[in-house]
Design a protein around this ligand. Structure first.
Ligand SMILES: *Cc1c(COP(=O)(O)O)cnc(C)c1O
Length: 486
């Protein structure tokens, strides 16, 4: 690929790429503004023709890697295809043009969608109630822990200041607990799973709860989950389930049946809504029956076939401006309704795809647990270490083959982690291509290791100095001043 000029470098004085209609606003009917507020000189905007700007942004977009340009096997992330019908539904005028303060009788169908969606998620999770008011996975965690706190406090149980979290947990778990003032107790994993004996030693009446995910972040199913649930409940604690990546469970098992009391899901992972780029997310929170009174307000209730908002006094509080990211909820609702018949196959196919890749690479890459995985698995670098190639080199080499690298150096339990999550939407051909690439990289490690060490070779820029890029980033274009001078 060649260097793409910045739009400022394409600029030529007097070129115009747009036409504006007459506004009818004249100097005399303008609102009177303080003269000091007016621009003293024109803004330094690039001047380009319409064709040039279209070409420019098309070129820039082609440098972007996304789920729609290639395989995106990031583990603990569920980068999943966003079916176009979701966007079509979300852009219907009846959804897109509503205002959050519209009278309730004019938004009955929308409230029905919230009501039905919550019920569908209750069914999927085996829980008793769901709130759609949260804006992200981490937000769901925070609100889930607020519910945990409200529950203990409502019972006058004020001594519970600690939350137990395994060392394999997603980084947001301890961060969310800290935000609520909880002290976190980390328990070490044993063979990638919760060490039940270590858990027993930290459980007491100061423990508000435990945060777990199952399958855990190593991609293994915590088979002792019923024992763990009993141990935590016996000391009066609650179980929080991090369901960001719930797809491996769909059709196979439900957190509610495992003994979990509170959980969140990421609609932007499990339920196919767009993910990444800081775009709008949604992290619904589901709770067991006895915790329903503590869900955030407002909640949608139905009486006499009419839907309305309710503001229960027991609620843990209002957690956003209005009612969450409504159009994201619409997309996920559309996804569930579209795949309804097939929803039971989501989990099994996600698990099958991950196991297929794992089994096809285990003679060349070190598995951290040589046993069947769930929706993702972790390799700890190459088995043959003579080349000295690191996980970073392998990830950079992936880019030369046009695929996004897997998650690397997470989980932190292993020093060369490569974490792969194909999801259920990928075809066997795509999985085979990925396997071929990873086998070729392992081959290159013994024949031409320098090619891997200096990768990537076919991307717009080669290997970057990542430390400088993070510590001293150059975030503005110097030539701006040059344009001004002209
Ligand atoms: C992605 C993820 C989160 C956080 O979700 P955000 O929407 O990014 O805040 C939490 N836990 C796990 C396991 C995740 O994969």
């Amino acid at each position: 690929m060649t260097y793409t000029k910045l739009v400022f470098e394409l600029s030529s004085p007097g070129r115009v790429g747009y036409q504006l209609a007459e506004t009818g606003i004249t100097k005399t009917n303008q609102p009177s503004l303080d003269a000091s507020l007016f621009r003293q000189e024109p803004a330094s905007l690039p001047e380009v023709s319409e064709l040039d700007i279209v070409r420019h942004y098309t070129k820039v977009s082609q440098k972007n890697i996304g789920i729609e340009s290639g395989f995106y096997p990031l583990g603990s992330c569920t980068m999943k295809y966003n079916p176009k019908i979701n966007d079509e539904m979300a852009s219907l005028d009846g959804f897109k043009l509503i205002h959050p303060t519209q009278p309730l009788e004019t938004i009955q169908p929308l409230l029905k969608i919230y009501y039905d969606m919550a019920n569908m998620l209750n069914e999927v999770t085996g829980m008793g109630g769901t709130s759609l008011n949260t804006f992200a996975g981490a937000h769901g965690e925070l609100v889930g822990l607020m519910i945990m706190k409200s529950y203990h406090e409502a019972r006058g149980d004020h001594q519970r200041t600690k939350v137990v979290i395994p060392d394999s947990a997603h980084g947001t778990n301890p961060a969310s607990a800290m935000m609520l003032g909880y002290e976190t107790i980390t328990i070490k994993s044993k063979n990638g799973m919760v060490d039940v004996d270590a858990l027993k030693q930290v459980l007491n009446h100061q423990v508000a709860g435990i945060m777990l995910t199952n399958p855990n972040t190593v991609g293994l199913f915590e088979k002792d989950i019923l024992t763990i649930a009993k141990l935590v409940h016996d000391v009066g604690g609650l179980l929080y389930y991090d369901g960001a990546n719930l797809n491996p469970l769909l059709g196979l098992a439900r957190p509610g049946d495992m003994g979990f009391d509170i959980m969140h899901m990421n609609l932007h992972k499990t339920f196919s809504t767009p993910h990444g780029g800081g775009g709008p997310g949604s992290g619904p929170v589901s709770v067991a029956k006895h915790l329903v009174p503590y869900l955030p307000k407002p909640v949608v209730v139905k009486d006499n076939n009419q839907y309305r908002f309710d503001y229960p006094s027991t609620s843990c509080g209002q957690v956003g401006g209005f009612y969450g990211n409504f159009l994201v909820v619409i997309r996920a609702y559309s996804y569930i309704r579209t795949v309804a018949q097939d929803l039971m196959n989501v989990g099994p196919n996600a698990v099958l795809n991950a196991n297929y890749i794992q089994a096809s690479l285990k003679d060349l890459y070190k598995l951290v647990a040589d046993q069947p995985c769930m929706h993702e698995f972790v390799m700890n670098g190459l088995i043959d270490q003579t080349s000295g190639l690191k996980t970073l080199d392998i990830a950079k080499r992936c880019l030369d083959f046009g695929i996004h690298a897997p998650t690397i150096y997470f989980p932190l339990l292993f020093d060369q982690s490569i974490m792969v999550e194909p999801t259920e939407v990928e075809s066997k051909e795509t999985l085979d291509e990925f396997i071929k690439i990873f086998r070729q990289i392992a081959q290159e490690a013994s024949t031409t290791p320098d090619v891997v060490k200096t990768a990537p070779h076919h991307t717009p820029v080669g290997r970057l100095d990542e430390v400088s890029a993070a510590r001293t980033p150059v975030l503005h274009y110097q030539a701006l001043t040059k344009i001004k001078e002209n």
